[in-house]
Each structure stands twice: as structure tokens, then as C-alpha cells.
Design a protein around this ligand. Structure first.
Ligand code: G3I
Length: 367
């Protein structure tokens, strides 16, 4: 906590929520409380029925009140950053670990939030037993049982499921750009199986295909966008249910995002699908160390990216991947070379709003 005691952290987190667009009024308040008249993301979103929120670290949600209060104040849609993935949920082939997912679902309900499910199928964070246990002979049964059990437990309580995450990796060299993932190796038709089962288990949840690297105007992103569109078209041709595409939006500070993504959003809409921005953060690793400069460029990138994407009414939700720079995956993976913490999210390490928060709020208010 940057040299703070736990109490100082909690108090400063209360102060955190009092500022908008980087102009903090330092008044001690209970953590997460907003000054009268101070707008929150969820307050702004409520006016238009938009969904706004973030990925949540469920362990910290349990043991860090200021963090929980901030999320309760700002989000009307949450998703577990890790805890509902296959590995964390499956200690063994025959058992399930429910505590974290149950806790998050209850938290969401208590605070009038919607819950996203992330995810049924991914090539990462599989349990240690997966490789030795799952074979072409039993893979379909393992997948169906998993979706039936997890989707069934949360039936009717999940706004949208990331049924399949990150299935395209063109450099793997497989047909249609498919990723050479552990699921692909044992069950080449896994995507159809997963979506069909997800629909059968929870008919009211939106079924989402979620991917990254489809935001920029670089040729690799364009190729990946085309592969995602082809994947979804193929599913529709085969009658496989799908409702939306998740554009993760792990983007880079100072970069412009434009025509490629806009055309993709239009194409997805023409296919009858919704879009969610599922994992937004703005990586500042290419910028120098100056904090004010980083915060300004990151905020400008939030503003221009969200200005472009949220002007499309078919984009129904925006989640950042975390809410505070204190807890971001970018300090673990893909971190800055100078060892400084990334300032990629709307709230800083002490849970104070940054210019990025102001940019996000303004974009949500325009909906
Ligand atoms: O909870 C365990 C803890 O019990 C254990 O002692 C510790 C030791 O390594 O690990 C903890 O789990 C870690 C988990 O995050 C929770 O902190 C995992 O090792 C770590 O691999 C995991 O990283 C997550 C990563 O996905 C892999 O699941 C990141 O937090 C999360 O931000 C990242 O999220 C992904 C999205 O799901 C998909 N899109 C890209 C995004 C960023 O990589």
C-alpha cells in the first residue's frame, strides 16, 4: 500500500470517490461513499440503461472493504477476474469449488448489479489434472458436464457468459486461424458444443465470444477481426447460438483506434449480434515515468477509444479489467521496463479517481 497503514488506506479510499475528473476534494468519508452530487459511473449509466463495471478480484472483495465499497459505488455489472475460470472452479475432475463464485454472485445481487460469467472455455488457467485426464474420448463429456454444472448453478443470475475466450491465434497455423489450444487438440468442435450447451443450460444469459487483439488498425488485428467474423458466421450458418462478441480492449496509451474496429462493430451488428467491451485497460508501458503526463495520455486514450466505440448504440456494456491501479494484471504480466506500476485504470493505487475516470464518466454520460 505504498507505505500506508491499512487504516490510512481505507480512509484515503473513502476520499477517493469524492473526486471527479482528477480534481479531488479531500474530505474524510466512509470508504466508497460519494459526495452529494458527485456522479458515479453506475449513476451515469443508469440514466440510459447502459451497463458499466469492472473485473473483480474476489479474494480482495472479501477482505478489503474500501475496494468492495468502490466497486459497489461505481459498477452495475461485474465479472470475476479469475475465480470463475475452469482451473479455479475445478480442484479435481469430479469436484467443484463454489465459494468464490457464490460470494461474487451474492455481492452482485446485494448491490443490484448484474454478473458476467468468465469463462467456460479458455486455453489458459486450466487445472493441473486437465492434461493427464482429458482425452478425445472423454473431452465432450468433460466440457458438457462443466457447463451444465457451473451454468446450472448460476442459471438466471448471469447477464452474459463468455462461453469461449480467445479461440483465434492465427500464428498457430491451424485452419481458420484457430488456436492450437488444449481444447482444440482433444475436441476440435468444442466451440459449437460449448455454445449449444450454454444455451440449453441458461437460456436467458447472453452468449458471448470474447477475444483480444482486434482493436488496432495494424494488419495482424485486421486479420484477427476477419477470423473472428468468419468464426461467428460459421456458427450462425450451423445454427449454433451466439448473441454477442466481446471486444476485450486491452489497448495502448497514445495509440489511435479507428476505422478497422468501427467497421468490425458495424459488421457484428449486421450479423444481429451485440457487442460488449469486456476487459478495457490502457497500458502505459511505452510512456516515460512522469505521472501527470501518463495520466493525461491514458485519459486521452480512454476518451478517444470510448468516444468511438460507445457512439455505437449496439455496444451495450463497458467493463474495465480491474478498477484500481493497485490491483492490475499489468503489474504482473507485460509490466513496465522501469519497474513503475502501470497507471492503466480509472482509479489510482489509493483508490482516488484519475483523469481516466473523468474520461470514462464523460463517455458513459453521453450514452
Ligand atoms: O489465486 C491464486 C493463489 O491461490 C495462488 O497462490 C497464486 C500463486 O500463483 O496464484 C493465484 O492465482 C492467480 C490468479 O491470477 C489470481 O490472482 C494465477 O496464478 C494467475 O495466473 C491469474 O492471472 C490471471 C490471468 O488472467 C490468468 O487467469 C489475471 O489475474 C487475469 O487478469 C487474466 O485475465 C485475462 C482474461 O481472463 C482474458 N483476457 C486477458 C486477461 C489478461 O491476461
Amino acid at each position: 500500500m505504498g507505505g500506508m497503514t491499512r487504516r490510512e488506506f481505507v480512509v484515503s479510499a473513502g476520499v477517493a470517490s469524492l473526486a471527479v475528473a482528477g480534481c479531488a476534494r479531500r474530505v474524510a468519508r466512509p470508504a466508497g461513499a460519494m459526495a452529494p452530487g458527485t456522479e458515479t459511473l453506475r449513476g451515469a449509466a443508469a440514466k440510459s440503461g447502459f451497463l458499466v463495471g469492472c473485473a473483480v478480484d474476489v479474494h480482495r472483495l472479501r477482505d478489503t472493504p474500501a475496494y468492495a465499497a468502490l466497486i459497489a459505488a461505481q459498477a452495475n455489472l461485474v465479472v470475476a477476474e479469475s475465480e470463475m475460470k475452469f482451473g479455479p472452479m475445478r480442484p479435481s475432475p469430479t469436484t467443484f469449488f463454489w465459494d468464490d463464485a457464490d460470494f461474487l454472485a451474492a455481492f452482485a445481487e446485494q448491490h443490484g448489479m448484474k454478473l458476467r460469467g468468465h469463462n467456460f472455455v479458455w486455453h489458459r488457467q486450466l487445472p493441473p489434472w486437465f492434461a493427464g485426464y482429458v482425452t478425445p474420448a472423454n473431452a465432450k463429456q468433460v466440457l458438457v458436464e462443466h457447463i451444465r454444472a457451473v451454468g446450472g448453478r448460476f442459471r438466471g443470475r448471469v447477464h452474459s457468459w463468455d462461453v469461449v475466450n480467445e479461440a483465434i491465434q492465427i500464428s498457430d497455423g491451424l485452419p481458420e486461424g484457430m488456436r492450437d489450444s488444449p481444447w482444440q487438440k482433444v475436441l476440435p468442435g468444442y466451440i459449437d458444443v460449448a455454445f449449444r450447451e450454454a444455451r440449453a443450460v441458461d437460456p436467458h444469459a447472453l452468449l458471448v465470444y470474447n477475444d483480444y487483439g482486434i482493436e488496432s488498425d495494424r494488419p495482424d488485428a485486421e486479420a484477427k477481426r476477419q477470423a473472428v467474423l468468419a468464426l461467428v458466421r460459421g456458427m450462425q450458418r450451423r445454427g449454433v447460438p451466439i448473441d454477442a462478441v466481446g471486444v476485450q480492449s486491452h489497448i495502448t496509451a497514445g495509440q489511435m483506434y479507428g476505422p478497422g474496429l468501427k467497421a468490425f462493430l458495424a459488421e457484428v451488428k449486421a450479423m444481429g449480434l451485440k457487442v460488449l467491451l469486456t476487459e478495457m485497460d490502457v497500458n502505459d508501458r511505452e510512456l516515460g515515468p512522469d505521472v501527470a503526463m501518463r495520466d493525461r495520455v491514458v485519459a486521452e486514450t480512454y476518451a478517444s477509444y470510448l468516444g468511438m466505440t460507445l457512439s455505437d448504440r449496439n455496444v451495450i456494456a463497458l467493463l474495465t479489467w480491474g478498477i484500481t491501479d493497485r490491483y492490475t494484471w499489468l503489474n504482473g504480466e507485460d509490466n513496465r521496463k522501469d519497474g513503475l506500476h502501470n497507471r492503466c485504470l480509472p482509479f489510482d493505487e489509493d483508490l482516488r479517481p484519475k483523469p481516466a475516470f473523468g474520461a470514462e464518466l464523460a463517455a458513459v454520460e453521453r450514452r
